[in-house]
Each structure stands twice: as structure tokens, then as C-alpha cells.
Design a protein around this ligand. Structure first.
Ligand SMILES: *[C@@H]1O[C@H](CO)[C@@H](O)[C@H](O)[C@H]1NC(C)=O
Ligand SMILES: [Cu+2]
Length: 228
């Protein structure tokens, strides 16, 4: 089992409008909010990113728009924004691995990816097609976390949308990370035969990993250490 920490999620979501690249202009002027997040395209955070988008539109096309998003998209039964956050590390121990690489999560839980050297992504695939992104769906962290030493300054956070197995890989082609076994699974169902070991085996036989052709989606880029 993975260590689980509980956080209250109360975020200022910063919407990234068409083509705008997240910059360091995070603004923490909402006293209630402890975290800033860059709201990516696909509304994984439900109300949070909807609110962010609405605010972005309301702001009349400003590149970065702020939304105070009480992410009570936090769905969970208690309704106070508490949900499990599972932390995983990309590039753990200087190796081409995620750690942990088997995560058991509930619907609505958050996955918080920490990045160690050198330059990794988290990209969702199907079981059947390792190292290839889902067709316009799922999540992609982008390569926004390159670091030569120590942890990257940001983490990538995304929500677990259901309890079915979900497959992820690092799409870095330099060094063939996915082919080398850089992958993880949420809610592996070993009985089904679709195991992480088999995913990695199939991954090792692919030629070259694919990254989605667009900016990150399906999650938030959040400064590491921000309490949210
Ligand atoms: C990280 O890797 C990606 C994909 O290979 C590449 O496009 C990007 O330039 C790299 N970033 C750094 C800082 O090396
Ligand atoms: Cu990698």
C-alpha cells in the first residue's frame, strides 16, 4: 500500500488560455487558498477548472486569469474537500522508474507526481498500447519538470477518475524511458492478466514513445510544497 496523506483541497486555479504557456506569474492573493494551480484543458478537476475557465473568460482574454476555485470538485463524501493524495516520484533513485509504480486509489483521489532528474513526463496510455497516449484523453504532464539536480520546483497533480486500471508512462524519447520500463499503474487488476509486468514487457518491444502533440492536460501544475 502507498502512504496516504489527507489534504484539504482549496486552490486558486490559474487558467491557461489558448496557447498561453504557464509562467511564473502565479498569484497567491487569495488568503483562503494555499495553492496555485495551472488549470489544464481537460476538466479533470471539474468545478475547479470550470471556475477557472469562467474567470478566464470573464477577464476578457487576459493571458492568465485567476479563479478562486474552492475545489469542492472534491466530490468526496465528506464534502469538505478532503481526499487522499498519493505521492509518486518520477526518476526515483536516479533510475528510469516511478516509485511507487502500483497505486491503489479511490475515485476522486489525487495523484501528485514529483520529478527528479532529468526530464520526465507522465502520460496516460491504454494497457494495449504502451508508450502511446490515449486518443486525446487522459492526462499529459508535459515536460515542464526538467531538473539536473534535486526535485523539480513544480509537481503535477491529477485526479483519479474511476477505479478501473489506468496506465501511465514517461514519454521521454531520449534514453527510451518507456521502453526501459518507466511506467506505473493505478488500480492494477492482476487477476485480469493485465499486469504492470506485462505492460512493461510490451513497452520494451515498442520502438519509440509518443507524446501528445499539445500542451499538458488533465491535471494541474502546482508549486512543489504548496499546501492545497
Ligand atoms: C525535455 O524533453 C523534451 C522531450 O524530449 C524536450 O522537448 C525538452 O526540450 C527537454 N527539456 C529540457 C530542459 O531538456
Ligand atoms: Cu522519464
Amino acid at each position: 500500500m502507498v502512504a496516504i496523506t489527507q489534504f484539504a483541497l482549496s486552490a486558486i486555479a490559474i487558467a491557461t488560455l489558448a496557447g498561453a504557456v504557464p509562467t511564473s506569474t502565479y498569484n497567491y492573493n487569495n488568503a483562503e487558498a494555499e495553492a496555485a494551480a495551472s488549470a489544464m484543458a481537460a476538466g479533470h478537476f471539474g468545478e475547479a477548472s470550470a471556475a477557472a475557465e469562467a474567470a478566464a473568460k470573464a477577464s476578457g482574454g487576459k493571458a492568465m486569469a485567476e479563479a478562486s476555485a474552492e475545489a469542492s470538485a472534491s466530490s468526496s463524501s465528506h464534502g469538505h474537500g478532503h481526499r487522499n493524495v498519493h505521492k509518486i516520484t518520477a526518476g526515483f533513485d536516479g533510475k528510469l522508474i516511478f516509485n511507487p509504480e502500483r497505486i491503489v486509489a479511490d475515485k476522486g483521489d489525487l495523484i501528485e507526481v514529483h520529478y527528479l532528474p532529468k526530464n520526465h513526463s507522465v502520460t496516460q496510455s491504454s494497457f494495449a498500447k504502451p508508450c502511446v497516449p490515449l486518443n486525446g484523453q487522459g492526462i499529459f504532464s508535459g515536460f515542464n519538470f526538467a531538473t539536473m539536480q534535486g526535485e523539480a520546483k513544480d509537481v503535477f497533480v491529477f485526479e483519479v477518475e474511476d477505479t478501473q486500471p489506468e496506465w501511465f508512462y514517461c514519454s521521454q524519447t531520449v534514453g527510451s524511458h518507456c521502453q526501459m520500463g518507466m511506467a506505473f499503474v493505478i488500480n492494477e487488476n492482476a487477476k485480469s492478466g493485465n499486469t504492470l509486468d506485462k505492460y512493461k514487457e510490451a513497452a520494451s518491444e515498442t520502438k519509440v514513445s509518443v507524446s501528445p502533440p499539445i500542451e499538458p492536460f488533465g491535471g494541474f501544475i502546482v508549486p512543489n510544497g504548496k499546501h492545497y
